[in-house]
Ligand binder design. Sequence first.
Ligand SMILES: Cc1ncc(COP(=O)(O)O)c(C=O)c1O
Length: 391
Amino acid sequence: MNELSNVANCDASTPVISAVSIDLARNFPPPCPLIGKRLGLIFSELDGAATAGAIRFPRFTGTTRDRAAAAGWVARRLGVAPDPERIVLSNGTQSTLLMLLASFVQPGNILLTEELTYAAMKPISSLFGIKLFPIKMDHEGLIPDALANACITLRSKARALYCMPTLHNPTAATMSVPRRAAVAEAARRHNLWIFEDDIYGVLPEAAPPPLQTFAPERTWYILGLSKSLAAQLRVAYVVAPSETMARDVFWPGVKTTNWMAAPMTAEIATLLVEQGAAEAILESVRAETNARQEILRNSLPSWTIRVPPFCYHVWLDLPPGWSAREFEQAVRRKGISITAGDSFSPISGEFAASFRVGLGAPSDHQTLRAGLNTLNDTRNEIAPADKAKRV
Ligand SMILES: Cc1ncc(COP(=O)(O)O)c(C=O)c1O
């Protein structure tokens, strides 16, 4: 166990019982030695004077070069490279969502989300006095009829849909093509904006095309780099519904939030993409993810594991007698962190018997195996509810 860190869980209400030595809570891409090599190369070739110039001034929505590289990278998902004028480089997905919520949802209104959603959506929305309304999901993710019914009930208060159609976090569900078409159609019928978070969308070797391709006129497509290349390479490529919107929605926010990409990070992202290093890193993240999935299957032999290839987050159910919060605390006492299911639900206490494991944060296979073995051993102990019955 070589990961002595005191990792805070994403739900602040969870008491920290002991120092965490194996982090299965955070959802980071696995380490990949190639990143260090390619970064070393980039730094050794950087032109000091040019870089000093690049960090003197803000980079606003990205330089022409940044946006050309971005267009090339998003083409792998959209099928064609969009006009760079429709692209905004931002300081990651989270910052982008802040801007979109402020512009399109606004206080007192409602953001629709999948019933399990990115855990940051709750605190981000509450900053703006925006309520989240969860939409039922099945094995493919968001259910279009449930979305349409919510729009009818909530009327004009429901302004936008935030969703993750590919490798949904935390369930790893991926919408089929017909599902995507139906979701886009419901959004169009009920005049919703779509905030499509495709941050895990480049991980699979082949994934259905984004919702953006079904409803480009209303979709803000966001392709962050932090889940495919390196967790703290916080740059997102945002494709706006039009050139005018890209300009108008982001410019007024220049002085109000921290959405603009940091120039040095943007420069590195652009070089990685331009030099083909991003592609090579992605390949190695995929391979390492699949190797870690193998360790997962071997370490949890009797668990039901539903995770598609190339996905490093796994949604697991507990047997009767365990709640995820109790399980989280039991493993935390042994130095392991996981994320209990209700952290992802807009409604407290929902999904209380499931939790998410991230396979990417542990620095090596041995550490990952040790953490997973502890989960397995703990699940085989007498469940708290059964213990209570015996007393
Ligand atoms: C679904 C989802 N979107 C966005 C993010 C964060 O993205 P960024 O680093 O681009 O802000 C995360 C991080 O956990 C995530 O799980």
